[in-house]
Design a protein. Structure first.
Length: 212
């Protein structure tokens, strides 16, 4: 395939984004192993040698896709949840931004959550992003607890944060499969699940087995 002259005239950053768009689309549909550089080049409307020249091997291209989609996701959340807001408003805005990302970039979510999880070394990249999310949520809960004059052990905060992140990821995966679903309404549903539990935690209410 010959490279279109119009493509050559685009700024380099724009060309790379166009190639990444095509790669995310193909990887989300095929998975890493089944995706071919030929298909990615064809979808981008350029030659395969140009994909290699700009973004390297298929593995390097997949990592570049992970980084871009992960950065998009984290920037959306960080930009929405201002630290001076009340805890519930921060969590709500973060959830709305997160589900908004999934709704807007369903292929990107599929690459992050479905294709990368079981593939080494990509699973490590995903684990790093997930750890950052858990850290953000744990910090948010800690801030809210301190504002209530309470402290909770770091391990307990981490466990709750992992539970919230895991539940949110599962619901996001459902959203990715239901294009008719409203991301904001989905965020509201998750907020009800998350905040009712977190609100109890903030006020020192915990559940214990009857035998204790």
């Amino acid at each position: 395939m010959s490279t279109a002259p119009a493509f050559k005239r685009l700024p380099r950053a724009v060309r790379e984004q166009q190639m990444l768009d095509a790669a995310v689309k193909v990887f989300s549909r095929r998975g890493f192993h089944a995706a071919s550089m030929d298909e990615i080049a064809e979808d981008a409307g350029i030659s395969k040698p140009m994909v290699y020249a700009y973004l390297g091997t298929k593995e390097e291209l997949f990592v570049a896709c992970l980084h871009r989609e992960g950065t998009r996701m984290m920037q959306a959340i960080a930009g929405a949840a201002a630290p001076d807001l009340p805890a519930d408003e921060r969590l709500w805005r973060g959830l709305r931004a997160f589900f908004g990302f999934v709704g807007a970039y369903r292929d990107g979510w599929a690459v992050l959550y479905r294709q990368a999880r079981g593939e080494q070394p990509f699973a490590g990249e995903l684990a790093t992003m997930r750890a950052r999310l858990v850290e953000v949520v744990a910090g948010m809960l800690d801030h809210a607890l301190r504002a209530e004059g309470r402290e909770v052990a770091g391990t307990d905060l981490e466990v709750v944060a992992y539970a919230l992140v895991g539940a949110t990821e599962s619901l996001a995966d459902w959203l990715a499969d239901h294009p008719e679903a409203d991301p904001e309404k989905t965020a509201t549903r998750m907020m009800n699940v998350a905040w009712l539990g977190a609100g109890q935690l903030l006020h020192g209410v915990t559940w214990r087995p009857a035998s204790d």
